[in-house]
Design a protein around this ligand. Sequence first.
Ligand code: FAD
Ligand code: NAI
Length: 328
Amino acid sequence: MTVPIAIIGTGIAGLCAARALQDAGHAVKLFDKSRGSGGRMSSKRSDAGALDMGAQYFTARDRRFVNEVQRWQSNGWAEQWKPQLYNFKSGQLTPSPDEQIRWVGTPRMSAITRALLDDLPVEFGCRITEVFQGKQHWNLLDADGGNHGPFSHVVIATPAAQATALLAAAPKLASAAAGVKMDPTWAIALAFDQPLDTPMEGCFVQDSPLDWLARNRSKPGRDTTLDTWVLHATSAWSKAHLDLPKEAVIEHLHGAFAELLHSAMPAPSFSLAHRWLYARPSSAHEFGVLADADLGLYVCGDWCLSGRVEGAWLSGQEAARRLIEHLQ
Ligand code: FAD
Ligand code: NAI
């Protein structure tokens, strides 16, 4: 019997590791506590169409990731997004064009992770609470008391805090993961029946509760019936208002958006809010991957590198490479 490798987390890091392991001839089995794949690269289906509430776009600077993104593009999963960019600072909104290439999933961000998942065996709605060693192999316990296994190795591809909780068998890895703090981000989406009177399609924001805003429908392949916007609060504002009810978050950030545009803003015909508890690492790290090859435990995710989609992908890649190397 082939004993598969367990992968906890179906964000871009876990899926990248899963694909690389499967391509090298290893059986894998994925688990995710959510109802679908993508993690922070997922998109929310709503009455206003699919909305990218987490990662907004991604850049590719490492040659390996550049090649992978080109593959995604030729498969029709990703396209360049060329927004009219603005910068908001000290109350001034100014155009801020640049030459940076920015990518998005098409027709929604989650198209990429959905395509990478393809027909890999996965169990959704399954929150893993314990990773423990049997006689020869690894087993997983879930929040409903279910037992999964045996597995030859375990790849943990979750945000740092969630990884720490799963690393009782490897105290050194647990303490490294516990040292990585991650900050929250409140995200809201607003949709307007009449397009807002601005050419802006993306904006980097300073001196405001807002950090970033994007005209969701300006991304390629999106539903354009309504004028949809996604707004992200800064880490500081999100931390200070972590337990604010969603309606109050929407009201505050909608107000900050009106201030930025210096205009009376119409009431949105649709709105929603999402709180990302572990949105971004508070500081940069260069682990690449945390591994105990003798135990057969590997930990990857954006927080092991740049805290961006590219960092997550590279970390997943590195976890798979290290595991495969150890098996040779
Ligand atoms: P995740 O995507 O978080 O995947 C982890 C998965 O593990 C999740 O699906 C989760 O449900 C699952 N999980 C966690 N615990 C358990 C458990 N116990 N059992 C089972 N499953 C579990 N990056 C960019 O490059 N550009 C951007 O513009 C950008 N904007 C962002 C905006 C926001 C608001 C946020 C939140 C992130 C943004 N990022 C951006 C960062 C980017 O989204 C992440 O770096 C990347 O998606 C992380 O991927 P990952 O696989 O490491 O983790
Ligand atoms: P990038 O190169 O477009 O942006 C990096 C940073 O450079 C921006 O945050 C911004 O401060 C600045 N910048 C870039 N172009 C600019 C322009 N034309 N005008 C003014 N400022 C500009 O993309 P990269 O390096 O891939 O970063 C990804 C983005 O994702 C960043 O904006 C980052 O803040 C965001 N992110 C947000 C998270 C969250 O939780 N809200 C989590 C992780 C990333």
